[in-house]
Design a protein around this ligand. Structure first.
Ligand code: ATP
Length: 242
């Protein structure tokens, strides 16, 4: 059995680009096994925070740790706005890419099971170019699940999709990543209100984090639910008025 998904702790993290501070003594605890959404103005520093958590950038001060023992970077899977599928590999080989990169034997059966879970059954031999944008993002989701990491970082994963595809993928993501610690950067207040247990608004650099009350209830919350729509409109107001 996998260990429970860990809390992620940002402690007094300071980081800047070219002398411009993005965060100064920034602290935040992400609850293990829950989805936290980060929203804020473009350029506030949301992606920088994700990259710090992933170990792609190093804090100039402070630290980012997991409540599980071991290195946080090894506990993380990443999914971004672009699917980054390799066009010369089949869909199945894209899903099992992490095994190839680690010199492990790709588990084709598991890849097929995951493709079925994202409703792409039988498409393992297809090339990514033959798929729609929504299908490609579902392959990217299967690739993320294949890594079976307890923490998933998502940077605007559905931003490039049409609204109906986006809603479907949000629901699928919430179901398939239910037990993970998920940190989701999004510009979409509805996405945050449907998927997140904890919502944070980020002020411009140097970052300050303000909690916003997420609607009650299990995720994915229905997009047409009254409480979800009300929270979405309040969140939209906070984002546009601040
Ligand atoms: N590689 C880099 N070199 C220098 N500055 C950078 C680099 N990457 C990001 N920045 C700067 O850091 C700031 C925060 O960028 P970041 O991408 O984290 O913001 P964001 O909140 O994710 O924005 P968006 O919502 O538009 O994606 C911006 O001013 C950006 O120009």
């Amino acid at each position: 059995m996998s260990p429970p998904a860990p809390d992620i702790l940002f402690e007094d993290v300071t980081f800047g680009w070219d002398g411009k501070a993005i965060c100064q003594r920034f602290s935040l605890r992400l609850r293990g096994g829950k989805t936290s959404a980060l929203l804020g103005r473009s350029g506030a520093g949301k992606s920088t925070l994700l990259r710090l958590a992933a170990g792609l950038l190093t804090p100039q001060q402070g630290r980012i740790t997991s409540s599980l023992s071991g290195e946080l970077a090894q506990q993380i899977a990443w999914m971004g706005q672009r699917d980054d599928l390799y066009p010369w590999l089949s869909v199945r080989d894209n899903v099992t890419l992490s095994a190839r990169l680690n010199g492990a034997r790709p588990d084709k059966k598991r890849a097929e099971t995951l493709l079925a879970q994202v409703a792409l059954e039988g498409l393992g031999d297809a090339r990514p170019d033959a798929l729609s944008g929504g299908m490609r993002q579902r392959v990217a989701l299967a690739r993320t699940l294949y890594q079976d990491r307890p923490v998933v970082l998502m940077d605007e994963p559905f931003a490039a999709l049409d609204v109906m595809t986006r809603l479907r993928l949000q629901s699928l993501t919430a179901r398939l990543l239910r037990d993970k610690t998920l940190l989701l950067v999004t510009h979409d207040p509805l996405e945050a209100c449907r998927l997140a247990h904890d919502i944070y608004l980020l002020d411009d650099a140097p970052l300050r984090c303000r909690p916003f009350p997420a609607p009650d209830g299990d995720t994915p919350r229905p997009a047409q639910d009254g409480a979800v729509l009300q929270a979405q409109s309040q969140l939209f107001e906070r984002l546009t008025c601040d």
